[in-house]
Each structure stands twice: as structure tokens, then as C-alpha cells.
Design a protein around this ligand. Structure first.
Ligand code: ADP
Ligand code: MG
Length: 626
């Protein structure tokens, strides 16, 4: 008999399963039962959409049987079964290899909770079994096959006999070791408890022969044991249950059972609506960003059920892009089972449900921000960016709904604040909401442009995300207060007399600025006396729609269109350096050119922009030194 090899990735996962020192091994049962339930779903779905088939509810169940003497645990189902090729392709390759791909070897070694958190499906059987045997007969087929594997060495497939369609998974449970007990997976009470814990809501009965005792016939005090078939699970799907009956644990288990994420959910939202539209939903806000969140592979969407039957795995129409991180499911009686993807898009009910869900998510997030700020900030650090995209996208169509969910780092509070908080504490004479952009808070803190605003005692919001300024430009204002970049032309601050960087100095030094401008040629649009600098000699600001940060972002994009910001070189006329400039103007034109390019390059460096010719720059510094 030929032994076939597992695919490389599968082998890696298998090794992990076999050698895991994992404490939650019990989840193997959850995985196998969930597969059995999926297999019955497939038949059920077929019967509902195909008149030639009938589905007798009693014919479909899952059975768990333990044989202690032979150390065998059998999980059987009356589902759709697997043909030979399916055994080969479904059990020979792991479906969820992605969950492993993003973890380093070390994380895996450290017992990273990938198994419990992500769920690894069928292979988890190898956590508790030395041998796994699968006997299956595909629905509508005459042949049955036996797949068997002892783990890493590979597997075999041979023809076998099986009366009805469906699948039996037979595990040869491992022997106990010094510090590990595997016997428990053959104990009736343990198996019952595990089923209750993880698989209670499975829609089909999970049956077990349970030991009971009764009085012996004809005896008054002698008892005998007997077996009785019992259904262990309550079969009520969690989303049909009353919120008050459910604990946070139940919701967490459902999240894991469904493999919605490899983390724990940060928050769950359980919705039951019974009115013009009727639906139940369980939604989750994940704790961590999925590893593939910003990759093209990531698909948003919710599971969609029609009266308890899964009709779509990821219904994208239920979630706007800015909530694409939300996981979960929706069940509605108002949707037709046979509805096609194309029809679904135009379905009125679905649109209403989507709208309703959108509202609920928003109010949940608002509540989180208001009542559990730390949790909200944790959420915002993972997904805030998505909300900002939401403000920007669709030409700002959602900006009003989303603006109160935004947070930015504040120069004053040294932490994230909302726009509402910012505006509520603005001094009366402050006209604008000020922001500064840069790579990090530390760098923005040091920007010369922030000096005068900070001096005035005004708060500045720090924008460190690429999207920030784009989103804010779309927003334009908040509560009638306009946003203003600290680098923009007019800051709306009356320069007091001590400043003196006003129009007179502009006029007075016209000649110098003209000269400097011609030295820099097309590099800058203008050279001006600064109204915002106090201690620093120079800075770069912009005129017009494109800021320096935006120039950076736009030029980093693949369809780079070489967008240029209109740069203004601002000079502090009260700085000693300015003296040097005026002197050079009257005595040494070459020196003026040297100083001007030096200052320009300095202003680029401050902005985090590359200087065109670093060698020339350093040579110039040397020239000044000697
Ligand atoms: P997943 O359930 O996420 O697809 P699994 O590793 O749990 O991943 O299962 C792999 C595949 O094997 C399933 O998708 C299914 O096609 C098949 N399979 C597993 N168990 C059964 C079963 N009891 N009946 C029919 N098919 C099954
Ligand atoms: Mg599975």
C-alpha cells in the first residue's frame, strides 16, 4: 500500500500538533464537530434548493462514541461525505496555512496560542491521537474509502465498506505520559463538558451514549448501569438566545469556533431586531488587526444566514469599508435561500439590515469611547486608520458620521484626544484648530513652525499617519472651526509688536528676499520674513492646496504624478543668521548664495525631506567652517 506525503505546509502544522505542549488540546473536538456540522449543512442546503432531495431532520446528526478499552474515540456524521479525491485534497493539504505563515518559528515554539485562537481544523486531531482514521462515503456515491495517518510519515487511502453516506473519524487516543493525561478524552463526563462548552449551539444533535443507572429488575436496592442515547447540545444557535443567558465567555467561544480571528474579540454586539426588518446578528470588534488586514487578500464581510442556514461566507454588502474590521454573522428570515450574489446586492431587506448594522456599530464605538476610553484607544490604534480612510473616501460622504470617532495626539495633553475635546477647550481668541504633520510625535514636537502657536498656549494636533491630513482636508472644519496647518500661510494669529516680523520687514528686506529667491530658482515659490519663528532661523511652509506631507505621500504612491507643494522658505529676521545674510548681500554675493542654499537644505532636513545633493551640502558646511 502506497504511503502518500503531506504537502510541506501541512507537514509543518502536523509536526506542531504532534509535539504541542498545548493546554487546550480539548479544542480538537470542537474542530471535528464543526466539520461534521458543515458536512450536514451541505446536504441540508442541497435539499432546500433541490426538489429531488428531501431532508428528514431525524436522519442528520453527529455522534460521539468512546471506547476506553481500545482507546478509540469516534466522531461520526451523516453529512455529505468525501469522495476519494476529496479525502486526498481536503485532508492532505491544510486550508488555513495562512494562519501559520505570519508567525515566526520562535512564536510557534513559545507556544503562541495559534491553535486555540485560530483553530486549525482537522489536523488538531493529532494533538490527542497517534492514529487518525477517516472512513467516508460521499453523498450519492456507491464507494467508500478509508484514509489513515499516523502523522508526519504521510497517509494511505484504501477502498472500504460503509453503509450510509457520511464520515467517521476514528482517533486512537495517545497513551498518558508522565505529565500529560490523555485518558480524559475517553471519559464520558469530560467529553460531555467539552461538547457543552464549545459546540452547544451546533444546529444538529450531537449524540452520545450516556451511562445511567437504574434499579435492577426485581431488586429493591441493587442498581445496574445501562446506556442511553442522549443529545448533549441545546442546538439553539447562540444568536437566537437571549442576551441575558449568555456570558462573555460564550461570545468568545463562538468567535473562536467560527475562526473569526486569532485574537480575542475586544467587544461583541448582539443584535435582535424584530420589526419592519427582522434579523439577529452577532458582531465583533477584534482586539488586534488581522495580519493580512492591509493586504489584497483581506476580504471584508459578515456570514449571512437565511433562517439559520448559511448562504454566504462573506457578505461584503453588509459592511461599509470603514468598518471592514468587523467580524460576525447575520441571520434573517426575510432573505430567500436561493438568492444569488447578484440579486442580493439589490435586495431591499439586505440594504436595510446593512444600514441598521452600520448604525449599531457606530453607536457601540461611540459608547466605547465615552465609557471605556482605554479600550477605545486600543481599538483606535488598530483600526483608527480605517476610520480616517472612511472620512476621506467617497468624497467625504461619511465624514459627518465618523468625525466624532476620530482621535489625534495632542501637544498639550500628550495623548489622543477627540475633536470635540479640542474645540471645547479652545481659548476665545483662537480661530483655528491647529495641526502639524510629521513622521512621529517627537519630530513634530521639534518643528520650528509650531513655536509661535505653542507659545500662544494653543493646542496642536499631531498628524503622523499618511492619511491624516487628507482626511482633515476633507473634513475642512469641525463645529465651524476650520483646520489650519502650522505650516500654512496665514495662521490667524496677530503678531504682537515684540514679534515685529511683519510687513515692514518684508518691505525693508525686499531686495534680500528677491536675491535669495533667484538663487533658489524653482526650488521655492517665495522667500519671506517669518511670522511664526521665534528661536529657529528658518522653516519651510507652503502655499496652496498641497502640503509638504501630502507631497511626500502622493509621491510615494505607485502612480506617482510628481506632485509638488508650493514651498515658501521663511526666514526669522530676528535671528543672528539673518544679520549674516544682510551683510553678505552687501559684501559678498557668493557667500549669500552659499548661506541661502545651506538654509534651504536645513529647512528640508527639518521637514524630513531629502536634500538633493548631500555631498554638496556637507562641502558647503565645511566651507563655512574654514
Ligand atoms: P475547514 O473546516 O476550515 O475547511 P478543516 O481542516 O477543518 O478546515 O477541514 C478541511 C476540509 O476537510 C473541510 O473543508 C471539508 O471539505 C473536509 N472535511 C473535514 N471533515 C469533514 C467531514 N466530517 N465531512 C465532510 N468533509 C469533511
Ligand atoms: Mg473545520
Amino acid at each position: 500500500m502506497e504511503t502518500k506525503q503531506f504537502k510541506a505546509e501541512s507537514k509543518r502544522l502536523l509536526d506542531m500538533m504532534i509535539h504541542s505542549i498545548y493546554t487546550h488540546r480539548e479544542i480538537f473536538l470542537r474542530e471535528l464537530i464543526s466539520n461534521a456540522s458543515d458536512a450536514i449543512d451541505k446536504i441540508y442546503y442541497k435539499a432546500l434548493t433541490d426538489d429531488s432531495l428531501t431532508f428528514e431532520k431525524d436522519d442528520y446528526y453527529i455522534k460521539v462514541e468512546a471506547d476506553k478499552d481500545h482507546r478509540l474515540l469516534k466522531i461520526s456524521d451523516t453529512g455529505i461525505g468525501m469522495a476519494k479525491e476529496e479525502l486526498e485534497s481536503h485532508l492532505g493539504t491544510i486550508a488555513k496555512s495562512g494562519s501559520l505563515a505570519f508567525k515566526t518559528e520562535n512564536e510557534l515554539k513559545d507556544g503562541y496560542d495559534i491553535i486555540g485562537q485560530f483553530g486549525v481544523g482537522f489536523y488538531s486531531a493529532f494533538m490527542v491521537a497517534d492514529v487518525v482514521t477517516v472512513i467516508s462515503k460521499a453523498h450519492g456515491s456507491e464507494e467508500a474509502f478509508k484514509w489513515e495517518s499516523k502523522g508526519a510519515e504521510g497517509y494511505t487511502i484504501v477502498p472500504t465498506e460503509k453503509a450510509a453516506a457520511g464520515t467517521e473519524i476514528i482517533l486512537t487516543i495517545k497513551e498518558n505520559t508522565e505529565d500529560e493525561n490523555f485518558d480524559e478524552f475517553l471519559e464520558e463526563y469530560r467529553l460531555k463538558a467539552i461538547i457543552k462548552k464549545y459546540s452547544d449551539f451546533i444546529r444538529y444533535p450531537i449524540k452520545m451514549n450516556v451511562t445511567k443507572s437504574r434499579l435492577k429488575a426485581g431488586s429493591e436496592n441493587e442498581y445496574e448501569e445501562y446506556k442511553e442515547e442522549q443529545t448533549i447540545n441545546s442546538m439553539v444557535p447562540i444568536w437566537r438566545k437571549n442576551k441575558s443567558e449568555l456570558s462573555a465567555e460564550d461570545y468568545n467561544h463562538f468567535y473562536q469556533e467560527k475562526h473569526y480571528g486569532f485574537d480575542k474579540p475586544l467587544k461583541h454586539i448582539h443584535i435582535s431586531v424584530d420589526g419592519a426588518i427582522r434579523y439577529n446578528a452577532i458582531l465583533y470588534i477584534p482586539e488586534k488587526m488581522p495580519f493580512d488586514y492591509y493586504s489584497p487578500e483581506y476580504e471584508k464581510g459578515l456570514e449571512l444566514y437565511s433562517s439559520g442556514v448559511l448562504i454566504m461566507n462573506k457578505c461584503a454588502d453588509l459592511l461599509p469599508d470603514y468598518f471592514s474590521f468587523v467580524k460576525g454573522m447575520v441571520d434573517s428570515e426575510d432573505l430567500s435561500l436561493n438568492i444569488s450574489r447578484e440579486m442580493l446586492q439589490h435586495d431591499r431587506q439586505l440594504k436595510l439590515i446593512a444600514k441598521n448594522i452600520n448604525k449599531k456599530i457606530k453607536s457601540e464605538l461611540q459608547g466605547l469611547l465615552k465609557n471605556e476610553r482605554d479600550q477605545y484607544i486600543q481599538f483606535y490604534q488598530s483600526f483608527g486608520r480605517q476610520l480616517k480612510y472612511g472620512v476621506y473616501s467617497d468624497f467625504g460622504a461619511h465624514k459627518e458620521e465618523l468625525q466624532d470617532l476620530l482621535m489625534f495626539y495632542s501637544s498639550k495633553e500628550k495623548k489622543l484626544v477627540t475633536l470635540e475635546e479640542y474645540v471645547s477647550r479652545m481659548p476665545e481668541d483662537q480661530k483655528y484648530i491647529y495641526y502639524a504633520t510629521g513622521e512621529s510625535n517627537e519630530r513634530i514636537e521639534k518643528l520650528p513652525q509650531t513655536e509661535i502657536i505653542a507659545d500662544k498656549g494653543y493646542e496642536i494636533l499631531y498628524f503622523t499617519d499618511d492619511i491624516d491630513e487628507f482626511a482633515i482636508r476633507m473634513l475642512m472644519s469641525y463645529k465651524e472651526k476650520e483646520f489650519k496647518s502650522v505650516s500654512s500661510g496665514d495662521l490667524g494669529i496677530d503678531s504682537d509688536d515684540s514679534q515685529g516680523n511683519d510687513a515692514t520687514s518684508e518691505e525693508e528686506h525686499k531686495d534680500l528676499f528677491e536675491q535669495m529667491k533667484s538663487i533658489l530658482a524653482d526650488k521655492v515659490k517665495d522667500v519671506r520674513a517669518s511670522k511664526r519663528l521665534k528661536t529657529h532661523p528658518v522653516c519651510l511652509t507652503t502655499d496652496g492646496a498641497v502640503s509638504i506631507e501630502m507631497e511626500k505621500v502622493l509621491n510615494a504612491m505607485p502612480n506617482n504624478q510628481n506632485v509638488k507643494a508650493d514651498k515658501i522658505l521663511e526666514i526669522n529676521v530676528h535671528h543672528d543668521v539673518f544679520q549674516a545674510l544682510t551683510e553678505a548681500l552687501s559684501t559678498d554675493k557668493e557667500k549669500l548664495a552659499l548661506y541661502t542654499t545651506l538654509l534651504y537644505n536645513q529647512s528640508l532636513l527639518i521637514e524630513g525631506l531629502p536634500i538633493e545633493d548631500p555631498v554638496e551640502f556637507t562641502n558647503n558646511i565645511c566651507k563655512v567652517m574654514v
